[in-house]
Design a protein around this ligand. Structure first.
Ligand SMILES: [Ca+2]
Ligand SMILES: [Ca+2]
Length: 486
């Protein structure tokens, strides 16, 4: 039974990502029922706040608050020519130039750092520990929340995050329970591995909903038929089939520093880069595309459970940027330039390099750093984004195709393909942008497009998130010519 090996993350008082995930799923599943209930409720509301029988819309009781996400900057809506043709028509790897329009969003001002990624790893570790301990001890208030009425643990279980984890308890039962999370003594050789935790046990479990599949219209006559024929599944059918369970091990691959570089000694990077405090604010690497996706999911649930617990509406989920979003943001409002700082050169007029890469003829350190540098070591672009060129290359959400700029939409372009386990490797390639500490100057341009397999970790690819931006209604309605909407 793998009950505890899998991370079921449930928080207290709605502080639980899974509570939220379940809520969303249940909402979808019960959509039809909700529609019926909503009709009745709206009818009642209309009686109570009749608006003198006029059409006034419903009274939205949930207060909208527009937060600036911590560590993120605003990227405006705009229109841009993407691709490298305008400045370097000979560049073999530049996508075909394409004018596109893109909706505004928030974007992390830096790459995700080791310390921020550790928050994810520790959260998964602690969640599993709470589940393991629940079998042997209640602790002070219980490792899992109980229904106040029945005294029973919720199903699915909800973690009580206020309960302490007695990592150093002398109690044998407690240590026996926690041993499932720990390395055997013979494998506890890594420095700074927190409490000898077995990284292989740190699995994060979550659910995704396939909107694209659900949006496909069904054939006339199916299920409801008649006047509802050709409605998407959301209205006409069961949504269970679009919900998918994902389980991802979250620990970065620290051995990338060894197997990527033969005849080179980088073992100290393997031992220290992810876990030593010196590297707290360096970009996390050794995280593949699938892990980056799981991080985005976890970050969304962390945020939304906090908002829900305080009565705010939830926000859009964090996600990896699509490559068009990434490039639009990297250009920072300076169209026609190969670098985020504008101009055709990777250095300024004083000869100082403007990013962490591999300058000149392979002189890694000419810019000040041999390996990845602490994030934001160089100036931000005009929109406040650091290290869009170099440092670590960054995962994008899109599936890779060298010709995708020719067929994606000119409105918020996105090339999505959810690779199946049996798909050939070619279908599991994802877009990587920005170049890295080990690339020469032409590969750190805003339009250079690279790829990596979604399940492959490297020492030079990290990521940052975006979050679709919601506009405060007062701002959104400013442009309305009608006085009743301002
Ligand atoms: Ca460098
Ligand atoms: Ca970067």
């Amino acid at each position: 039974m793998v009950h505890h090996g899998i991370c079921i993350k449930i928080n207290t008082n709605y502080n639980n990502p899974y509570f939220l995930a379940f809520s969303k799923i249940i909402t979808f599943i019960k959509m039809k029922k909700i529609v019926l209930i909503a009709c009745v409720l709206l009818g009642l509301a209309a009686c109570k706040n009749s608006g003198d029988g006029q059409l006034v819309g419903v009274n939205n009781k949930t207060k909208f608050v527009s937060f600036t996400p911590y560590g993120m900057v605003y990227i405006p809506t705009g229109h841009v020519l993407l691709g490298g043709g305008e400045s370097d028509p000979t560049l073999a790897f530049a996508p075909q130039p394409r004018p596109v329009s893109i909706t505004h969003f928030w974007m992390d001002e830096t790459e995700i750092t080791n310390n921020k990624y550790r928050q994810f790893v520790y959260w998964v570790r602690d969640s599993i520990a709470h589940h393991l301990l629940a079998d042997v001890t209640d602790g002070k208030n219980g490792h899992l929340r109980k229904d106040k009425k029945s005294g029973e643990v919720f199903d699915p279980p909800l973690v009580n995050w206020n309960e302490e984890i007695p990592w150093n308890s002398a109690d044998e039962d407690i240590q026996q329970a926690l041993s499932e999370l720990r390395n055997s003594i013979s494998t506890r050789y890594y420095h700074y591995r927190p409490l000898g935790i077995n990284a292989a046990r740190l699995n994060y479990e979550y659910w995704t909903f396939d909107y694209e599949a659900a949006a496909k219209k069904e054939k006339a006559g199916s299920e409801i038929g008649g006047m509802f024929a050709n409605r998407p599944s959301q209205v006409s059918g069961n949504l269970d089939k679009f919900i998918k369970r994902e389980i991802t091990n979250v620990y970065p691959d620290t051995l990338v520093w060894i197997y990527e570089f033969t005849y080179s000694d980088n073992e100290f990077m393997t031992r220290n880069y992810f876990s030593h405090p010196q590297y707290n604010h360096y970009p996390v690497v050794g995280v593949n595309w699938v892990q980056a996706q799981a991080f985005c999911h976890w970050r969304s649930q962390l945020r939304n459970s906090w908002l829900l617990s305080r009565g705010y509406p939830i926000e859009e989920d964090f996600q990896l940027p699509y490559e068009a979003q990434w490039e639009w943001a990297a250009r920072g409002g300076l169209p026609g330039n190969p670098y985020p700082w504008g101009g055709p050169y990777p250095s300024n007029q004083n000869g100082c390099f403007l990013a962490n890469f591999k300058p000149q003829r392979g002189n890694f350190v000419a810019d000040g750093s041999l390996y990845p540098a602490v994030v934001a070591s160089f100036d931000a672009n005009d929109w406040g984004l650091y290290d869009m060129s170099g440092n670590v290359a960054e995962w994008c959400k899109d599936t890779y195709s060298p010709s995708s700029s020719g067929f994606v939409s000119d409105m918020n372009p996105a090339y999505r393909y959810k690779a199946l386990p049996d798909d050939p490797a070619g279908k599991k390639m994802k877009v990587v942008r920005g170049g890295s500490w080990k690339d020469i100057s032409k590969y750190i341009t805003v339009y250079y497009k690279d790829y990596q397999y979604q399940d492959t970790c490297t020492s030079y690819i990290g990521f940052r998130c975006i979050q679709p931006a919601m506009v405060n209604p007062k701002e959104a309605n400013k442009g309305s010519g009608s006085k009743i909407y301002r």
